[in-house]
Design a protein around this ligand. Structure first.
Ligand code: C2E
Ligand code: CA
Ligand code: CA
Length: 451
């Protein structure tokens, strides 16, 4: 194991001196919303103002979900915000250092812990969906001799199982406090609280931290994730080595600051168990977070379907895991109504704009013939009209057709959420319920078909 730690250290160091500082500055400026960057002066606050902000209730907590690589919300990080009536929203990057210098960090951290515990209690009591919440701790807080007792008291008072609390810690500069910190962390862990090592890889002693402190997980600094493009092979090597290190040490690992789909794909490929970043959700206020939590899953942005006709050609089509039985009838030829027999069809894929189907009938692809399609997915029955756009020969005497629904039927408020739900289910490798799938070959199905 020591060999592995040494190897990882070598990789981290070979990348750090050249870029780490600059990248830190870059990512720092990326982290600040435009409004804050444009208005840096207004963001400066004094110790007195900070004290008053705490007393006047100008603090609020935003929540950012951590998701599994399958899109399930696993937990969330509590991120503090200061909403000043005159100055607007102030980033913690502007007041946490001040709070640390002045000692106000203790009051501020207690406020966060009290609020998070109260929230966990409220979710538990109301039967709302619930997940572990992670709270950031400045090193100074951990050397406060009363801290452990305070946390224990809160958990007891609010009757919250300790597994719902996690603390995120960062590196300390004074090595003299290492022992005190280690003791506090062990005490917290003995209650059942988990500890994560934050901003891993950018400090100077990340690996020593892993060795010296008992932690449950580590969060790779955003710098490594945000520079994960195909050309940056060094960065890719670091990111894949770190997940290997985590597995070998039996620790959890989180990739922070995931912003792009390609980054998500790379991390998924590397079997990163947990990810956090704007690609899934920015930090959001409580009410929004509660909605996310009730849904339980969070797909990377760009995977969902917009209910808008202009988007139709770009629609992603949902491909069913098995063919779905449905019915089709010719209803109009040359604008004249006809009354023909209904035929069975099988659906391969579906979008808001149409279907891909199989039939044993050879039909003409012509715009003057209109069809009616009746199908059921997830217990909802749809009855739509449309025409055939193209035709291909399928295997063993079947024909494959592209169906386009009539324009008036594309804005379907029932179908869009169903396609989204099916996408989420597939993504999580779950069964799609209440849908008439067939599990045999299409030609066998049509051979049995007597219609
Ligand atoms: P952190 O602990 O590293 O938190 C992650 C920061 O990255 C958050 O910034 C979050 O909004 C941002 N972030 C998350 N996903 C993305 C992404 O995809 N792209 C980009 N560019 N940024 C992303 P935030 O909320 O401004 O917090 C900044 C720092 O302030 C935190 O960094 C943490 O060190 C500190 N902080 C926040 N709340 C607390 C607190 O309650 N106590 C203490 N001691 N520190 C706190
Ligand atoms: Ca953090
Ligand atoms: Ca971090």
């Amino acid at each position: 194991m020591n060999k592995l730690l040494r190897f990882t250290k070598m990789i981290l160091q070979s990348s750090k001196p050249k870029n780490a500082e600059k990248q830190n500055q870059d990512s720092d400026s990326m982290l600040l919303p435009a409004i804050i960057q444009n208005n840096r002066a207004a963001q400066q606050i004094s110790a007195g103002e900070l004290q008053r902000a705490i007393e006047n209730g100008y603090l609020t907590i935003y929540y950012q979900p951590l998701v599994t690589h399958e899109g399930q919300i696993h937990s969330a990080e509590a991120l503090i915000r200061l909403v000043d009536p005159a100055k607007g929203m102030i980033s913690p990057r502007h007041f946490i250092p001040l709070a640390e210098q002045t000692g106000l960090i203790n009051t501020l951290t207690k406020w966060v812990i009290i609020n998070v515990c109260a929230q966990l209690k409220a979710w538990g009591e109301s039967g709302h969906a619930i997940c572990p919440i992670s709270i950031n701790l400045s090193p100074n807080v951990l050397i406060n001799p009363n801290f452990f007792e305070f946390v224990k008291e809160q958990l007891g008072q609010q009757q919250i199982p300790a597994k719902y609390l996690q603390f995120e810690i960062t590196e300390i500069s004074q090595l003299s406090t290492k022992e005190t910190i280690s003791e506090t962390l062990n005490n917290l862990r003995s209650l059942g609280i988990t500890i994560a090592l934050d901003d891993f890889g950018t400090g100077y002693s990340s690996l020593d931290y892993l060795r010296s402190f008992q932690v449950d997980s580590f969060k790779i600094d955003q710098v490594f994730i945000q520079n994960l493009d195909a050309k940056n092979t060094k960065n890719q090597t670091i990111v894949s080595t770190l997940v290997y290190l985590a597995k070998s040490l039996d620790l959890n690992i989180v990739a922070e600051g995931v912003e792009k789909y390609e980054q998500f794909q790379f991390l998924k490929q590397q079997e990163y168990p947990y990810m956090q970043g704007n690609l899934f959700s920015e930090p959001v206020p409580l009410s929004e977070f509660e909605e996310l939590l009730q849904k339980g899953t969070l797909l990377p942005k760009g995977t969902t379907i917009k209910n808008n006709y202009q988007q139709i050609r770009k629609y992603y089509r949902f491909e069913f895991p098995h063919l779905v039985q449905a019915e089709m009838t010719v209803i109009e030829v040359n604008n004249k109504k006809v009354d023909l027999k209904t035929a069975h069809i099988l659906i391969e894929d579906i979008s808001l704009g149409g279907l891909k189907i199989q039939s044993h009938l050879s039909l003409p692809v012509a715009s003057n013939i209109r069809f009616r399609f009746i199908f059921t997915v997830m217990n909802e029955t749809f009855d739509k009209t449309g025409k055939l756009l193209w035709k291909n020969e399928g295997k063993s005497k079947t024909y494959i057709y592209g169906v386009e629904f009539d324009k008036s039927q594309v804005d379907d408020e029932r179908l869009a959420p169903i396609i989204n739900q099916m996408t989420a289910l597939r993504y999580n490798q779950r069964e799609i319920p209440d849908t008439p799938f067939i599990y045999e070959d299409a030609s066998m199905f049509f051979n049995k078909d007597v219609s």
